[in-house]
Design a protein around this ligand. Structure first.
Ligand code: NAD
Length: 520
């Protein structure tokens, strides 16, 4: 059986060696999931929601263990593990336990033409969904999908990233200890080849979070079986700093936006567009603050660092290549640009220069503690530059004039635009999260996210039980039917006189149609 090694990225220490889930066991895993799902879907929404509250109890009790695993396997500071992973998960459980029973119950559609009939939407689970997740928020990202899937009556096969399998197993443990039926949530361990094999088991939908290149492969493989996909992909998020911005506030926002989780955030601030009139003081203060951030191996006992390790070795090649190219083109490094001696940490890196906008470090996702800065000279220029990207996940605007910022927000091509805030709404339960352009499609969180986990069935029926009127468009056709529809068109006219004129003709033809109805 092949093995997968989980390591602490801040020290290189081996945490555990795990067995990779054998390819041959996947059909059995899916069969178990399908059996569990059939029974689970029969439970009431209220019962399913109450299991979320049981998971919440277990999660709160196990918070310390989870934080420890997050710190050790992901290399992130303790506070980030608690505030940006564990806490939003507790909130997600609370939110969906509350809203799912209401959101997923039958929804009336107000009648218009067919007032003698009624229509409503009836939601039903998809079946078995596949959740494939990355390593940067290894708890929060898959957890949201799992919670939404379970409450809406689905079973889940979950593949955590091969970089953070222990956190994946912690999620499994949470479910197992909280009364989630056996087989309803199953975690499999392995890398991308296992991910690809899972798609061949024909899940009912795939919830993929990861890079654009893998997202394309997942979508292509899913297309072979017509499996719907949700893709939460990368970003190169801009932060626009308006000329009226408070510099103290703006630099703090830029600092957290660019360097929290060591910049390994899909919605990290990777491009800063600062108004040319405040470029110098902004950059000076920003670089000074970056130099004061404490970086190192996070302790399990105290807040000793602000920036943890680079979690994935492969990503270091991306930083190397982007930084070397930028240096070659004469870009100016205002801070960072250097790895620690053991190459486990990259110092917070701010890069700028007159040609910066043409460089990969400004245009391609870095996914690390690297931010490229340019300037703009007008509102239009800021919007054009913000939109000049293949990505569209999130953008932020820092400004005192929030009215203007809001007008600008409506012109930015992104899934979220935050004014005087940055990045954090990925952790909010009640607001939708997702991208446009190469950042993917579909939404997670909020009521909108929940809808991604259900099929919708439109049910249409007469208000009363009678069936003696046949519909005016049924066989056999008559000239009264034709005339009725012709009059109906007139009723749609803008002019009230035309409408009023048409109504008696419509009524007369309708009555004639009923009176002269021929039976076949
Ligand atoms: P990745 O694409 O390398 O891997 C993501 C997952 O896909 C892993 O579990 C991996 O094993 C699996 N995988 C790899 N090849 C596969 C295949 N052929 N078929 C099926 N599964 C396969 O991404 P990563 O390095 O883990 O994560 C970093 C990327 O994720 C960044 O681009 C980041 O922006 C993005 N991300 C996006 C969001 C979002 O909400 N939009 C959130 C977090 C991360």
């Amino acid at each position: 059986m092949s093995k997968l090694i989980s390591r602490n990225p801040a020290t290189g220490a081996v945490l555990r060696e795990l067995d990779v889930t054998p390819r041959e066991s996947l059909s059995e895993i899916f069969a178990r999931a399908r059996d569990a799902q059939r029974l689970w879907a029969q439970k009431s929404l209220k019962d399913r929601a109450s299991v979320l509250l049981d998971i919440r109890e277990t999660l709160i009790s196990q918070a310390d263990e989870l934080i420890e695993t997050l710190v050790q396997e992901n290399g992130k500071p303790r506070l980030e593990a608690l505030a940006n992973e564990v806490t939003p998960c507790v909130d997600l459980l609370t939110y969906y336990a509350k809203i799912a029973p209401k959101s997923l119950r039958d929804q009336k559609i107000p009648g218009r033409l067919m007032r003698h009939r009624k229509s409503y939407l009836n939601y039903w689970p998809l079946g078995v969904v596949l959740v494939i997740s990355p390593w940067n928020y290894p708890l929060l990202l898959p957890f949201g999908d799992i919670v939404m899937a379970v409450v809406s009556g689905n079973a889940v096969v979950f593949k955590p990233s091969e970089i953070t399998p222990l956190i994946g197993l912690k999620i499994q443990e949470l479910c197992d200890r909280s009364g989630v039926p056996r087989g309803l949530v199953q975690t499999v361990i392995g890398d991308g080849t296992l991910g690809a094999a899972l798609i061949e088991e024909k899940p009912n939908k795939i919830f993929f979070t990861g890079s654009v290149s893998t997202g394309k492969k997942v979508m292509a493989a899913a297309a072979n079986h017509l499996i719907p996909v949700n893709l939460e992909l990368g970003g190169k998020d801009p932060m626009i700093i308006m000329p009226d911005a408070d510099l103290e506030f703006a630099t703090s926002a830029a600092l957290w936006g660019s360097f929290s989780n060591s910049g390994q955030v899909c919605a990290s601030t990777e491009r800063i567009l600062v108004h040319e009139s405040i470029r110098e003081p902004f950059l000076k203060k920003f670089a000074e603050k970056a130099a004061k951030l404490r970086q190192g191996a996070p302790s399990l006992l105290e807040e000793n660092v602000d920036l943890g390790a680079v979690t994935m070795d492969k990503q270091k090649d991306v930083y190397d290549s982007q930084m070397a190219h930028a240096r070659g083109k004469g870009a100016e490094f205002l801070s960072g640009g250097q790895f620690s001696e053991d190459r486990r940490f990259l110092a917070p890196t701010i890069v700028t220069g007159k040609d910066i906008e043409s460089l990969p470090i400004y245009n391609e996702e870095s996914f690390g503690p690297v931010v490229a800065v340019t300037t703009f000279n007008s509102v239009e220029d800021a919007i054009t530059k913000a939109n000049r990207s293949r990505y569209g996940l999130l953008a932020s605007i820092i400004a005192r004039n929030t009215g203007l910022a809001e007008k600008m927000a409506k012109q930015i091509e992104a899934g979220s635009v935050l004014i005087n805030e940055v990045t954090y709404t990925a952790g909010l339960s009640e607001t939708p999260w997702g991208g446009v352009k190469d950042s993917g499609f579909g939404r997670t969180h909020a009521e909108m996210g929940l809808q991604e986990f259900v099929n919708v069935r439109h049910i249409h029926r007469p208000r009363a039980g009678f069936t003696f009127f046949k519909a005016p468009w049924w066989f056999p056709y008559s000239s009264y039917q034709y005339a009725t529809f012709k009059c109906l068109l007139e009723v749609y006219r803008k002019s009230w006189i035309a409408k009023l004129r048409a109504i008696p003709h419509l009524a007369w033809n309708f009555v004639q149609m009923l009176k002269n109805e021929r039976r076949l």
